[in-house]
Design a protein around this ligand. Structure first.
Ligand SMILES: *[C@@H]1O[C@H](CO)[C@@H](O)[C@H](O)[C@H]1NC(C)=O
Ligand SMILES: *[C@@H]1O[C@H](CO)[C@@H](O)[C@H](O)[C@H]1NC(C)=O
Ligand SMILES: *[C@@H]1O[C@H](CO)[C@@H](O)[C@H](O)[C@H]1NC(C)=O
Length: 402
């Protein structure tokens, strides 16, 4: 009954917006409805355009549900476990730096940097394959039910010795292993942990002060799990939710970054401006050449298999419905990624807009008591549609004002 009422309220609101003026504040009302039906306990949202223009930003709901432990308001300082957004914010961004500095070549063999993996056909894997998720790796380490006994050494040794599911460059299978493999390259070339390299080259220059692996301020993190799956047997707060990243000690190419919407506003503005950014003290600088951003955010054509993936970044998927970027992001001009914990980044160069949506939809038990996976897909999809609608309305407005 409550859900039906909420849904009607939302339908009413959307109808009004469609006829009248779509307001940015509608994004908040929309988000609150998903909080009310327990899709997630809270959220941070932001919409940006180039020129450091924040079109909309808001924080909603709470860290956990009413009656749960750690029940407290989400604030602008709340820190989210962004899960697979780490693949773009950290691993891909570091790779873009190394590529631009000429320290790696995209067609370098992976085993050039990780010689202990030179077996079972893995000598055919290139860095480009890792970025395109076409290296042949299985999606994940075969955890089955043995989480508790898997160490970093066991997991890496499996990666070095595993057989591939398909020949490199002949198919695409989204794989956490590809991003762990990429992390090994980054760490070999730089002689540093991927975290310290990302901090030095990306996070600190952009002024992303909160962004880090292994976050310290426990009270600021939105918790992700109460102890399920059982093998961790503890509340998961300020510790990475992802099992691979957890086993690797929290710093991983596939997951492990914690951040907030304010920091991701800085990051997505830089991406939308194809590498140009304003330093914290107001200077205009470049993080990447324009061509590098274009290369990593464009799905290459002419591959021997159907592909919509760019390098590290994703683009509009051809089939997967509902699309995280809705129906109105520009084909060939938009890029993004999603994270399992309920996080999304998507940008559109042509329409000059990017959005950030952070939630902890996995609280309290990874969608067991309330299945949230399907719900977050529709949340993102419609959110993206509402954002484009409002961007269009805003440009109409400025047209009239001229
Ligand atoms: C949760 O609420 C949103 C917004 O009203 C609605 O679209 C969605 O269908 C609801 N989901 C469920 C399972 O109630
Ligand atoms: C982990 O190893 C211990 C000791 O070898 C064994 O008793 C236990 O069953 C293992 N746990 C799992 C989940 O495999
Ligand atoms: C982030 O760090 C920069 C440089 O140290 C500082 O100027 C800025 O005020 C910091 N921002 C926040 C939000 O703490």
């Amino acid at each position: 009954m409550r859900n039906i009422l909420l849904f009607s309220a939302l339908a009413f609101l959307t109808a009004v917006s469609a006829q009248g003026k779509p307001e940015w504040a509608d994004l908040g009302t929309y988000t609150q409805a998903f909080i009310a039906n327990k899709t997630f306990p809270g959220a941070q949202l932001a919409v940006v355009s180039s020129g450091n223009k924040v079109r909309y930003a808001g924080v909603f709901g709470s860290l956990t549900f009413q009656g749960d432990q750690f029940y407290d308001n989400v604030t602008p300082d709340t820190i989210y476990d962004i899960a697979s957004l780490s693949k773009v914010v950290a691993a891909t961004s570091c790779t873009m730096k190394l590529y631009e500095q000429g320290l790696i070549n995209l067609d370098d063999k992976w085993v050039k940097y990780v010689p202990q993996a030179n077996n079972n056909g893995k000598d055919a894997i290139t860095i480009r394959h890792l970025l395109l998720h076409s290296a042949g790796f299985a999606p994940d380490y075969p955890f089955y039910d043995v989480y508790a006994n898997v160490t970093k050494e066991i997991l890496l040794n499996w990666l070095y010795t595993t057989t591939l599911d398909y020949a490199p460059g002949t198919a695409t299978v989204y794989s956490d292993n590809s991003m762990v493999a990429l992390q090994l390259v980054i760490e070999k070339v730089t002689g540093k942990s991927m975290w310290s390299y990302a901090e030095q080259e990306i996070f600190l220059p952009l002024g992303m002060n909160t962004t880090r692996f292994l976050p310290a301020p426990w009270d600021k993190c939105a918790p992700t799990l109460t102890g399920y799956p059982h093998w961790r047997n503890e509340i998961i707060r300020c510790a990475v939710h992802d099992p691979t990243a957890f086993i690797l000690g929290g710093v991983s190419g596939n997951a492990g970054v914690f951040t907030n919407h304010a920091d991701l506003i800085l990051f997505m503005t830089m991406m939308l401006q194809k590498g140009a950014y304003t330093t914290p003290d107001g200077r205009q600088k470049r993080m990447y050449q324009e061509a590098t951003v274009t290369l990593f955010t464009t799905a290459p054509s002419g591959l021997p298999y159907a592909n919509t993936r760019a390098l590290g970044w994703d683009t509009i998927p051809s089939q997967k419905a509902p699309c995280p970027c809705g129906q109105d992001f520009t084909p060939g001009q938009s890029f993004g990624h999603t994270g399992y914990t309920g996080t999304t980044l998507w940008g559109d160069f042509k329409q000059d807009v990017a959005f950030i949506a952070l939630t902890n939809r996995v609280w309290p038990d990874d969608g067991v008591s309330v299945p949230t996976k399907n719900r977050i897909l529709w949340y993102r999809n419609n959110l993206a549609n509402m954002i484009v609608e409002r961007i269009k309305a805003t440009s109409q407005e400025s047209l009239f004002m001229q």
